[in-house]
Design a protein around this ligand. Structure first.
Ligand code: NAD
Length: 249
């Protein structure tokens, strides 16, 4: 444990941390000295990641958290504070993708996607801000998507990720006075379970991405690490695109 750790003692709540990018971020953050709480609906996987982090000397607990449920949020924040003393960082990473285009979109699909991806982020922010105020500030990192910037995707997914992008800027302005920074990250196509069953072949994506390959979870986690840490102390309301050049075309 060197003093140069980038997140030393930062208490961090990460949603959707049981697998994919959230799990990678949880492990990276713990290695950088953060005290991590993983909140997810996948209990077995989440407990496993927490165990793995503890086995290498990191600090981590898992809690069941459905980000659409305000009671779960209240419990998760209370548990974080009672276990580690505060909430310094929130990474709103939990998200779902339902592949319904305009012809096939259902009210149920729309509601589900907006519930998890947009309402979940709003409620997460609402739940941690009072705790961050108590300690004089904090950092919130919202995982949006390039689908929050350009049209690639599906209508409900794009709407939800666009909501995350603009909500981030609203909260950044509203809570700058509380010294709470709020930023969004916009990953391109990243190799996780979410993309595993995508109807497009991996080669299709590779041909569309200037860097010629899909991204890896760790490449997004490093962006989240920067936004979470004090290294980004003058950065708020900002959007970090991690997409191998996709949106530059
Ligand atoms: P993933 O499906 O591998 O992981 C998502 C995690 O969120 C899972 O552990 C899942 O259980 C959890 N989750 C889902 N609904 C939840 C809920 N209601 N409450 C709590 N947890 C819930 O996906 P991923 O690729 O790691 O995605 C992470 C984030 O990145 C998502 O917000 C996603 O939209 C976004 N994203 C992914 C890509 C990509 O190409 N994979 C690109 C851009 C943005």
């Amino acid at each position: 444990m060197g003093l140069s750790m980038r997140l030393l003692n930062k208490v961090t709540l990460i949603t959707g941390g049981a697998r994919g990018m959230g799990a990678t971020a949880a492990q990276l953050f713990a290695k950088e000295g953060a005290k991590v709480v993983i909140g997810d609906v996948l209990e077995e996987e989440g407990i496993e990641i927490a165990k793995r982090i503890k086995s290498i000397g990191g600090q981590c607990i898992f809690t069941y958290l459905d980000v659409t449920n305000p009671d779960d949020w209240e419990h998760a924040v209370r548990l974080t504070v009672s276990t580690f003393g505060s909430v310094d960082v929130l990474v709103n990473n939990a998200g779902i993708l339902i592949r319904e285009d305009l012809d096939n979109v259902t009210l149920e699909g729309w509601d589900k996607v907006l519930d998890v991806n947009a309402k979940g982020v709003l409620w997460g922010c609402k739940s941690v801000v009072p705790e961050m105020r108590k300690i004089g500030g904090g950092s919130i990192v919202n995982i949006s998507s390039i689908s929050g910037i350009v049209g690639l995707g599906y209508p409900a997914y794009n709407a939800s990720k666009g909501a995350v992008r603009s909500m981030t800027k609203n909260l950044a302005c509203l809570h700058a006075g509380d010294n709470i920074r709020v930023n969004s990250i916009h990953p391109g196509i990243i190799r996780t379970d979410m993309m595993k069953n995508d109807p497009h072949a991996q080669e299709d994506w590779q041909n569309l991405i200037p860097l010629g390959r899909l991204g890896e979870s760790i490449e997004v986690a490093y962006g989240a690490l920067y936004m979470a840490s004090d290294e980004s102390s003058f950065v708020t309301g900002s959007e970090l695109v991690i997409d191998g050049g996709w949106t530059s075309q």
